[in-house]
Structures are given as structure tokens and as C-alpha cells.
Design a protein around this ligand. Structure first.
Ligand code: PLP
Length: 382
């Protein structure tokens, strides 16, 4: 009998300590962690500034609920909306919850119900977020879903134009579909979405749960597109490993979430807010973001040197990269692990590289050597 549900396809190792990009399992084996807990540990494991923040804050106050004022939340909100067009924040605990908040806000604000999302999107596992997710395997057995979501093919302007009518409250997308295969939005499609939203008064929700907080080389991934979202959701990297999430929204949405309209007990808990503030103070510095882009360019260059372009396609931005292998990658994840490199798949055929944003060039070299071994050298032999 298992004490735990069997709902995760877990790799058979347990990681018990980590520092930066390096983690160790319970047998003392060392790995390069190119998963970062699925894009969560943006500053690597046990970053000294985060350890210090947790220690300090835990001796002051852990939790007060949202019954009271929260200067920490205000400061964090101000840090997140500086230098963009967004005006207000609300904090919660997970990506799915952030997307729930976004969906509720869009419905209440517009008085409409219909939300357009995309095939192979991933928005989370709660009912609203699951219903927004354009993957049948995620829905399997859980119906009936929340009504009025339509899944359109990604990057298909014609399908989008045909689906727009007066019932549409919002269009919701990831700038790069993370779980769905590291598929980026094209400029043409982004322009079409923005034009439609502007012309029809449709709200634009961007799910930055995976792409946000410096992961793609800018604070948020939408900054690299023509998109101007009304609502942005964020989670994974925000707490660097501490569970905290949130939404950002433009000023016209402010009145829609009045007192009593929405909330959560743990949302914006002082411990989470303190950690997220430290993450943002470090990651949102331009010099830090420049380094993410330099490391990304270095990693892509090194990968291109070893991976034959006719067999492998490298996609993504910043340190959210995918190697499309054109074959099933589950066994490759296991092989990489044997060689001391932790990876996560994105869809059936893509290996996803999500190192901490603090990864070094030496660690990149080491990871590329392992990828060269398992993807090229050993395949040539067999
Ligand atoms: C991980 C993820 C979610 C869900 O986040 P949880 O914290 O697991 O609920 C939602 N959207 C995207 C794009 C994600 O990558």
C-alpha cells in the first residue's frame, strides 16, 4: 500500500539538498538541476539572500491573513508594476489560483462568459484553470468542465478571426507554451490578438506563470511581443521556491474586485511576500536580465554546435528552452538523470531546459556535454 496517491509519474530519486544549480540525492549523487523545480527556483537552490530573508521574516511575523493592512504586499505590488502599464496586484498561492482569479475578474468585469484559449495550452488543474487548458488528457474523467471555453489552434490568425463574436470576454494565452512543447507566439499572431482585443473591447489575459519573473530574459515575456495584457498571471518563479502567486491588472479593472469579491486565506502571506520581494529586487535588475540573455545565447550556441540541425530544433527564449527531438523523450530524461543532469519534458517530443537564472557558463558546458553524449554520441553508436 502506498501512503501517497499515485498521481505523479515521479522519477525514482529523492533530492535532499541543493546549492545554486547543483542538487544531491539521498545516495549522495550530484546532479545539475536544469528543471529548477519546473521554473520555480529562479535563483537556484538555497540562495543566501533568500535564506536570510526567510530567517529574518520568520522571526517577525509569518501570517496575519488579509483582515489587516499589508505594507509588504503594497511594496511587492509596486515593484511588479514598475516600468509597465499594469496598475494593481492581488496575491494568491499557485498558478492555477492566479488563473482562477484572472478568469473570475474577466467574467465579472465584462459581464460575458466566453473565453478563448489555445490548443496545447496549460493553465492549471483547478476547475476553471483546467477548463481553460486546451489539452484533452488534462480533462479526462473530470467533466463536466466549466462552460464557455473555446480552444483554438495556436498561431492561427484565420481561426481566431472566425471565432470572435460579441460573447467573448477574454483571450487567454501563454507567450511561450511551456508544458505544451515550448511553442512561442508568432509576431503575426500577437498583432492579430492585440488588434482584435483593441477593436472589440476584449480583455487580454497572459498566463506568465512559467514565462514571468525573468525566465525569458525580460521581467515578463509579453514585453518581447506587441501584446499589452489587461491581466497578467504569475507564480512559479515569483517566490523562488516559496509558494506565492498573483495577478497584475490594468487600472480599469480596479473596481471589479471590490471588498468581498474574491480572496484567499494564505494569499500574500508575509513570509511569501518577503521572499518574493527579495527575488524581484534581484531578478528585475537590468544587469541580471542582461546576464540571463547572455547565458541563453551561450547555451543555444553550445547546443547548436553539438546537435545536428536536421534532427533537433531548439526553441524558446531566455532560459526557457526546448529541444525538439522528433521522437519520444521520456527515456532521454532518464538517461540524462543517470549522467547527472535533471531535465523535464514538454509534451512527448521536447526536452525542456529550465536551469536556474543564476546558472554559470561552466555548468552550461557540463550540461551540454551530457546532452551531446546522450543525444548524439550514444545514438550514433547504437
Ligand atoms: C505550472 C503552470 C500553471 C499551474 O501552476 P500551479 O502552481 O501548478 O497551479 C499554470 N500556467 C502555466 C503556464 C504553468 O506553467
Amino acid at each position: 500500500m502506498n501512503a501517497l496517491f499515485n498521481n505523479y509519474a515521479r522519477r525514482p530519486i529523492s533530492i535532499i539538498e541543493g546549492k545554486g544549480t547543483i542538487v544531491k540525492d539521498s545516495n549522495g549523487k550530484r546532479y545539475l538541476d536544469f528543471t529548477s523545480g519546473i521554473a520555480v527556483c529562479a535563483l537556484g537552490h538555497s540562495h543566501p539572500a533568500l535564506v536570510e530573508t526567510i530567517k529574518e521574516q520568520s522571526e517577525k511575523i509569518w501570517h496575519t491573513s488579509n483582515l489587516f493592512e499589508s505594507p509588504g504586499q503594497v511594496k511587492l505590488a509596486e515593484s511588479l508594476i514598475q516600468d509597465n502599464h499594469l496598475a494593481h496586484a492581488l496575491f494568491c498561492n499557485s498558478g492555477a489560483e492566479a488563473n482562477e482569479a484572472a478568469i473570475k475578474l474577466a467574467r465579472k468585469h465584462t459581464g460575458k462568459h466566453h473565453i478563448i484559449t489555445f490548443v496545447n495550452s496549460f493553465h492549471g488543474r483547478t476547475f476553471g484553470a483546467m477548463s481553460a487548458t486546451g489539452q484533452e488528457k488534462i480533462h479526462q474523467g473530470f467533466g463536466p468542465l466549466v462552460d464557455k471555453f473555446t480552444y483554438l489552434p495556436f498561431n492561427d490568425v484565420e481561426a481566431l478571426n472566425n471565432a470572435i463574436d460579441d460573447s467573448v470576454a477574454a483571450i487567454m494565452l501563454e507567450v511561450i507554451q511551456g508544458e505544451g512543447g515550448v511553442n512561442g507566439v508568432t509576431d503575426e499572431f500577437a498583432n492579430a490578438i492585440q488588434d482584435i482585443c483593441d477593436q472589440k473591447g476584449i480583455l487580454l489575459i497572459i498566463d506568465e506563470v512559467q514565462t514571468g519573473i525573468g525566465r525569458t530574459g525580460t521581467r515578463f515575456a509579453f514585453e518581447q511581443t506587441p501584446l499589452k495584457p489587461n491581466i497578467v498571471t504569475m507564480a512559479k518563479g515569483l517566490g523562488g521556491g516559496f509558494p506565492i502567486a498573483g495577478i497584475l491588472a490594468t487600472s480599469e479593472l480596479y473596481e471589479t474586485f471590490g471588498p468581498g469579491s474574491h480572496g484567499t486565506t494564505f494569499g500574500g502571506n508575509p513570509l511569501g511576500v518577503a521572499v518574493a520581494q527579495t527575488v524581484i529586487d534581484l531578478v528585475f535588475q537590468q544587469t541580471f536580465l542582461d546576464e540571463v540573455n547572455e547565458k541563453s545565447a551561450y547555451l543555444v550556441e553550445k547546443l547548436s554546435e553539438v546537435l545536428p540541425a536536421d534532427q533537433f530544433t531548439i526553441r524558446g527564449k531566455g532560459l526557457l528552452l526546448g529541444i525538439d527531438c522528433g521522437t519520444e523523450v521520456a527515456s532521454l530524461v532518464a538517461k540524462a538523470e543517470e549522467e547527472g543532469l535533471l531535465l523535464v519534458a514538454a509534451g512527448p517530443q521536447v526536452l525542456r531546459l529550465l536551469p536556474p537564472l543564476t546558472v554559470t557558463n561552466e555548468e552550461i558546458d557540463e550540461a551540454v556535454e551530457i546532452l551531446n553524449k546522450i543525444l548524439v554520441k550514444e545514438r550514433a553508436v547504437s
